[in-house]
Every structure is written in structure tokens, then in C-alpha cells.
Write a new protein. Structure first.
Length: 127
């Protein structure tokens, strides 16, 4: 027995309607999942950036502290050297100009003095 024609058209319409509902529902579900993944990813990235910024700030503070410590250590050594020279036996006796010139020339051959110490800049210009 053949089903009535109206039943076949009705079933076809129902199937098409169900398919459309399923497609729209599936699309909305996937879109929601994608939005949640994007939000989670953005949260992870933001947390990572915040952590990196904190680490960078800590590194900067440590670097400044190290530089300040190095400068203080250098100033202390300079002061100690000056005191040792001033308090050494014979520190008030005049140095022969030839000995002074030879000592200055030996210092000026070092890169740390050559272009920075005023006497070395003048010394190299005169030779």
C-alpha cells in the first residue's frame, strides 16, 4: 500500500525543517565553543604577558641594584687607593719629571686610559 501524497510531502518538510534546525544549532554550538577557546587563549596570553612584565621589572630592579653596587665598590676602591697613596712613605717627596712622564706614558698605552684620561689625550696629541 502506497502512503498518501500529503504524508510524503509532510515528512519531507519535517525532515528539511529538522535538518535546518540541526544545522543552525550546530553552527551556534561551534561558534560558542570557538568563542570560549578564544577567551581562554586570550586569558593565557594576558597572564603570560603579565608574568613576563613582572620578570622584566624584577630584572630591571636587580640590574639597577647591581650597577649601583658596582659603582659603590668602585668608589670605595678609589678612595682606598687614594688613602694608601697619600699615607705611603715618601708621598710628600717630589717625583722626578722624567719618572712621572714614563709612568703616565705607560698608563696611556692602556685602552682604559688612552681616550678617557685628560692627560693621556693631551699626551697622545703631542706625540
Amino acid at each position: 500500500m502506497k502512503p498518501p501524497a500529503w504524508l510524503t510531502k509532510t515528512v519531507a518538510r519535517i525532515l528539511v525543517g529538522v535538518a535546518i534546525v540541526l544545522l543552525v544549532g550546530g553552527f551556534l554550538f561551534l561558534r560558542q565553543c570557538s568563542a570560549e577557546r578564544t577567551a581562554k587563549t586570550e586569558t593565557k596570553v594576558a597572564a603570560g604577558q603579565a608574568g613576563a612584565a613582572q620578570a622584566s621589572g624584577a630584572d630591571a630592579v636587580n640590574t639597577i641594584g647591581t650597577v649601583m653596587g658596582n659603582e659603590q665598590a668602585s668608589a670605595t676602591i678609589t678612595q682606598e687607593n687614594g688613602n694608601a697613596i697619600d699615607n705611603a712613605k715618601g708621598s710628600t717627596v717630589a717625583v722626578d719629571p722624567a719618572v712621572r712622564a714614563a709612568g703616565l706614558a705607560s698608563l696611556c698605552r692602556r685602552a682604559s686610559y688612552r681616550n678617557t684620561h685628560p692627560a693621556c689625550v693631551q699626551h697622545s696629541a703631542s706625540h
